[in-house]
Ligand binder design. Sequence first.
Ligand code: UT7
Length: 363
Amino acid sequence: MTRAAITGWGKCVPPTVLSNADLERMIDTSDEWITVRSGIKERRISHVEPSEMAAVASEHALAAAGRDIGEIDLIIVASCTSDSVIPATAAHVHRLLGAPVPTAAFDLNANCSGFVYSLINAAKMIESGMHSRVLVAATERLSALLDFTDRSTAVLFGDAAGAVVVEPTEEDHGLLSGFVQMDSSALGYLEVPNDGLSGMPARSLEPPHGGITMNGREVFRRAVVAMGDLSVRAVAEAGLGLEEVDLLIPHQANMRIIDATAKRLKLPSEKVYTNIHAYGNTSAATIPVALVEALEQGYISAGANVVFAAFGGGLTAGAAVLRWGERTEPLGRSEASLAPTDRSLMELLEANFRVYGYPEKLR
Ligand code: UT7
């Protein structure tokens, strides 16, 4: 039986840090409020387009898999913050990686559930024989959508990219189960209003233009239910008992949502990987970035049963169970990194202030 396994993994986190202390100087908030309510301490602000972060993460994933881009026949880019509407971000990633003409590429926008949606799609295409090696890159430049006059959302999001190479295996590992869903009855609870043109308004649109708006309490409530339900269902579908789960890698939106999901799976905290304190909510990128760090930190051993669970705008949700293979070390390493920037944090955020208005303490 052919299954789809993750054979390579990579991440790209931009160097510029926006800390809770920085936010305290900009808006009426506190490190304590942000930490207690969300678990976030700092997040990254990108100086490049989503495709550039995706390309760096992908180079690392390809090296880890021991693969050249010419051996990949499909690239899926999970993102809601595209470089451009036309072409898709996947086209930019394809070009940056030097992918040859027959390699297919498309964007998949399932908001924060984008990686889980993409991983399941990649796996099913491999299982069906339609594609033989798929690169899934999740990349988000959410900082471009942040309105720093709205403290309830501005403190939550950040930028990053993560990527995995997915390949067929005949062995007893790979994707065991996966579920995705959409609840459009609540689509207005998390949105970018008036965003008909581009995911990058800070660069391309004149005001009035909305930043991210969210009904935090309603999204929180639904996230807890959906991530818990789908995770339990995916574990059962994989033929596993809850006690056989070795690691939960959840979407990193809120530490309290993560704790509630872990509780539904009856998992102790050492079986839950979190890095929300370092990067905040990077939408589709949270899970692949966390996967890379979990591997680097020895959280995943050969044969481990790993649960991915996500929730986001739409409202989308997804969960998947993957049994890890033998290899937990990369086959090779890439030197790829982002071009450096000499722009300061405030220079990077200036475009947001011009579009959405200056935050209260900078007025
Ligand atoms: O990735 C996609 C999915 N997204 C999520 O899953 C996010 C889900 N929601 C959440 O994570 C939480 O709802 C938040 C972290 C966004 C908010 O936490 P909360 O416990 O639901 O707070 P709240 O929205 O109920 O606000 C509580 C209070 C309010 O003040 P009052 O009305 O009680 O006086 C807010 O005005 O906290 C106030 N507040 C803030 N205070 C300091 C809101 N934002 C801030 C802030 N700093 N940044």
